[in-house]
Write a protein that binds this ligand. Structure first.
Ligand SMILES: Cc1cc2nc3c(=O)[nH]c(=O)nc-3n(C[C@H](O)[C@H](O)[C@H](O)COP(=O)(O)OP(=O)(O)OC[C@H]3O[C@@H](n4cnc5c(N)ncnc54)[C@H](O)[C@@H]3O)c2cc1C
Length: 420
């Protein structure tokens, strides 16, 4: 391992790191993909894979593999339950060419992406836990040291080591701990009568967070509860809130059912909204490590994969120019901010607004009930990142919600009549 000098070493073979390795290897770059675990390994996640992630998976051949092997479930019937209890559920794919979300367990997904990167030519090195990285400025080389004495050398380092981002924090690029957390519990397939594919629940005290139930392949369910700062709860309330909402929230408990066999809760951090600087001298930060998670939904797989493609394209340019100065690599940061990062600011604003005015979500759910599948499809596309969040302000979505707000103001009893 020490003998070989790679053009790029990527620490972390999650969707972001492995996708970056795939794009680089396809471009003929010598790339090492360093992962502390051995695949298959689990990752705590809601397992919802949105449309742009599906695009990358399709290019890799992974989308086909997961469907061929029965590992994916394409969502069709779903929707939301608003803070006031308005249930809006329908078929969102009738008006969209393909499913905006598929559910795939990460134990399958991540292994398949990493193996695709290896097949494309990346050197996938498992059980390599990077503990430190030092840059020899004169030689223009990083040495990445692993826990058990192994090391790897490369001209550029990409830190894609997840939300805790210990490496980028150690290098001083990422500051502080992630601000949000999320729980996950699987529910056995035959133990619940949940009839839908995916529903987001917005209990008032969870805002700006929420919880969701997703159907996986084989009928298993995945329950996640996102605790996002800015509301009544803090990250320390995760376990208590997860158990309470599953047991006591009338909509969630009814959806799960009394005889559900619920697996153990596990939680993991979320770094939201994008870090202010994701590059340095011969260094890029990618995926959750760079906070590339939507502050409204907690989704990060597709953003990490989009950023991975952008990072790979930027690195190919830098390799051609033999220029890895921070100023040159800053193009990566500007590009991903333009592609999706600036939209995160709108997500954060919308999350704050809904938290302060939960009636907006009630009005949204009422509008979805009234206008049905065409509006649901638009709503789903915005929530899953296929359209920018700013589209919530465009007439197609804003007018039906404003009209519902108006109806609620004139006749508050309309809310009671639409609940349950
Ligand atoms: C409970 C929960 C639910 C979520 N639900 C969804 C969802 O439904 N849809 C969605 O799009 N997003 C969801 N997310 C976010 C999503 O999980 C992340 O955005 C996504 O995993 C980011 O990919 P990544 O490659 O950046 O990081 P990760 O997937 O975290 O991968 C990082 C990799 O780096 C490795 N690593 C870490 N440290 C080292 C080291 N020192 N040396 C070597 N390797 C190392 C890890 O083992 C891991 O394989 C959820 C997150 C949580 C916590």
């Amino acid at each position: 391992m020490t003998a070989c000098i790679y053009d790029v070493a990527i620490v972390g073979a999650g969707p972001a790191g492995a996708t970056c390795a795939w794009y680089l290897a396809r471009a003929g770059v010598r790339v090492a993909l360093l992962e502390k675990h051995a695949f298959p390994r689990d990752k705590i996640c809601g397992d919802a894979v949105c449309s742009r992630a599906q695009l990358h998976l399709s290019r890799m051949g992974v989308l086909q593999q997961i469907f061929d092997n029965g590992e994916a479930h394409a969502a069709a019937i779903g929707g939301m339950v608003s803070p006031g209890g308005v249930v809006a559920i329908g078929n969102s794919v009738e008006h969209i060419a393909s499913s905006p979300v598929i559910a795939v367990r990460r134990v399958h997904l991540d292994q398949r992406i990493a193996r695709a990167a290896a097949e494309a030519g990346a050197a996938l090195i498992e059980r390599f836990e990077a503990v430190d990285a030092t840059l020899d400025g004169e030689a223009g080389l990083w040495t990445i040291d692993a826990r058990r004495g192994a090391s790897c050398r490369a001209r550029v380092l990409v830190a894609a080591d997840g939300a805790l981002s210990r490496l980028a924090r150690r290098l001083g690029i990422v500051g502080g701990a992630p601000e949000a957390v999320c729980s996950r519990a699987y529910i056995d397939a035959s133990s619940s009568d949940f009839p839908h594919d995916g529903v987001a629940f917005y209990p008032r005290d969870l805002l700006p967070g929420y919880c969701a139930l997703f159907r996986e392949a084989g009928g298993q369910l995945n329950f996640c509860l996102y605790l996002i700062p800015g509301g009544q709860l803090t990250v320390h309330d995760l376990r208590r809130t997860h158990d309470r909402v599953m047991r006591e929230d009338p909509f969630v408990s009814r959806a799960i059912g009394a005889r559900a066999a619920i697996g153990a809760m596990r939680g993991a951090p979320l770094r939201l909204g994008g870090i202010p600087r994701s590059y340095g001298e011969r260094l890029l930060i990618l995926g959750d490590a760079a906070g590339q998670i939507d502050p409204l939904t907690g989704e990060g797989i597709q953003y990490g994969m989009d950023a991975a493609e952008i990072a790979a394209a930027t690195l190919v340019e830098c390799l051609a120019e033999d220029d890895f100065r921070a100023a040159r690599l800053s193009r990566y940061h500007r590009r991903w901010r333009r592609a999706f990062g600036n939209d995160f600011a709108w997500s954060a604003r919308i999350a704050r607004l809904c938290s302060a005015r939960p009636g907006l979500l009630d009005a949204g759910a009422l509008a979805l009930r009234r206008d049905g599948a065409p509006l649901l499809a638009k709503w789903a596309e915005v929530m899953t990142g296929a359209r920018p969040k700013l589209d919530f302000l465009k007439p197609g979505l804003a007018l039906p919600v404003l009209a519902a707000l108006g109806r609620l103001a004139l006749r508050p009893a309309a809310l009671q009549q639409s609940t349950g």
